[in-house]
Ligand binder design. Structure first.
Ligand code: PLP
Length: 399
């Protein structure tokens, strides 16, 4: 397979990058667009003069192109933010507050395997007088729909469930969740940060009112993201200041980053269409090789309900932290749980929610591939782990 060598790690990192849910290398075309837009659109989109007008026209074009990829009805439904964390915060806090003010609804519902960017705002809302309900998931990480039905009602302001999980890759039945939540008049947000470039995203098929994206997860730069907000969705703006982004997100518009995000979304969508099946085959092959070569290794979740690049595998009797360190020394990047969990010795909340105990969670490694990976790398990783895992088995760990 020969594809997408245009999104590799820097030359001094001659490493195998199986940690691409943490972040992706910036695609060459995206980098070029970032540089071009920085040079060409130096004006402030808010300025009334011709330099500002040129920038403002290009901003409009970017908004239209992003709306087009997401199948949004109106480019004005696209709000540019600083990334996934901001988009999630803006949606969860903003929609909950507006629904309370306008519709006297004070309950939010989320799932046990959300990213902290959703869980923390939901916790925060609980301190602001909201009832916050966290739905359980099954052992594959799929949200319990019956629990949603039981917990939602006339007071539900927002249901926020992620489209794809960052640690185990589970894809949630968002269209069904939207339909159910709308039956009781609630708004629906989905964190699609781990879906872009891996799954088709159509906001109308999903039926969501709001959706988050982050460019650095789809071969774009860090610090730029999207909040899709369906027309008419109540949402209080918490970034106060100017009237940028239709009054929904104050702050001078970072046009070069937006240009890069737009190109990255188009590039990653093209990669998905042209090479998505190869990416999935590569991931499947990694799972097959690891499970075949290493006795006492198990897949967390199910590949059928999982993003095409992600596999969460646990190795009996091994502490993931030790294994990751040895893998790093051998030139292989991966992760335990999520990247933010590197220093933490307890299994992540996601693995715990699947029902894994401390030992099972502690022995879990997340492999997340990208469009630059090759079959040779898969074999090298499987062979290296087949050597390292028995070596590390039984080493003492303090949990
Ligand atoms: N949501 C999910 C599912 C993520 O994986 C991440 C990043 O790891 C975020 C939100 C936060 O995005 P950002 O890094 O752009 O703040």
């Amino acid at each position: 397979m020969q594809f997408a060598t245009d999104c590799q790690l820097p030359a001094e990192f001659a490493m195998i990058n199986f940690d691409q849910n943490a972040t992706t290398p910036v695609d060459e075309a995206v980098l070029n667009e970032l540089i071009r837009a920085t040079r060409e659109f130096s004006g402030n989109t808010s300025s009334g003069h011709s330099l500002g007008a040129k920038a403002s026209k290009f901003l409009r074009e970017c908004r239209e192109r992003v709306a087009n990829i997401l199948h949004a009805d109106d480019p004005d439904e696209i709000v540019f933010t600083s990334g996934g964390t901001e988009s999630d915060n803006a949606a969860v806090r903003g929609i909950a507050f507006a629904m309370r003010a306008e519709h006297d609804r004070n309950e939010v519902i989320t799932s046990a395997i959300e990213h902290r960017a959703v869980l923390a705002p939901c916790d925060w809302l609980a301190g602001q007088g909201f009832k916050s309900t966290v739905l359980p998931v099954d052992s594959d990480g799929v949200v319990n729909i019956a629990a949603l039905r039981d917990n939602q009602g006339a007071k539900t302001a927002l249901v926020s469930i992620m489209l794809a999980n960052n640690e185990i890759g589970t894809i949630q039945p968002i269209a069904e969740i939207s339909r159910l939540a709308h039956e009781v008049g609630a708004m629906v947000h989905t964190d699609a940060v781990q879906a872009a470039g891996k799954l088709a995203i159509d906001v109308n098929d999903l039926g969501v009112d709001s959706l988050s994206l982050s460019a650095h997860k789809f071969y774009g730069p860090k610090g730029i993201g999207v909040l899709y907000l369906r027309k008419g969705t109540p949402c209080e703006c918490f970034m106060l200041g100017g009237t940028h982004e239709g009054g929904r997100r104050a702050g001078t518009v970072p046009l070069p980053q937006i240009a890069a995000l737009t190109t990255a979304l188009e590039v990653s969508e093209r990669k998905r269409i042209e090479h998505g099946a190869e990416l999935k085959a590569l991931r499947d092959r990694l799972v097959d090789e690891l499970l075949a070569k290493i006795p006492g290794s198990h897949l967390n979740g199910r590949l059928e309900t999982c993003t095409p690049n992600t596999a969460s595998i646990r190795f009996d009797g091994v502490y993931g932290g030790h294994l990751l360190k040895r893998m790093d020394e051998e030139g292989i990047l991966a992760s335990a749980g999520s990247a933010c969990m590197w220093e933490i010795t307890k299994p992540s909340h996601v693995l715990t929610a699947l029902g894994l105990n401390d030992e099972q969670g502690g022995g879990t490694i997340r492999f997340s591939l990208g469009y630059g990976n090759t079959p040779q790398e898969v074999s090298q990783v499987a062979n290296t782990l087949a050597r390292l895992v028995p070596e590390l088995r039984g080493r003492t760990v303090v949990m």
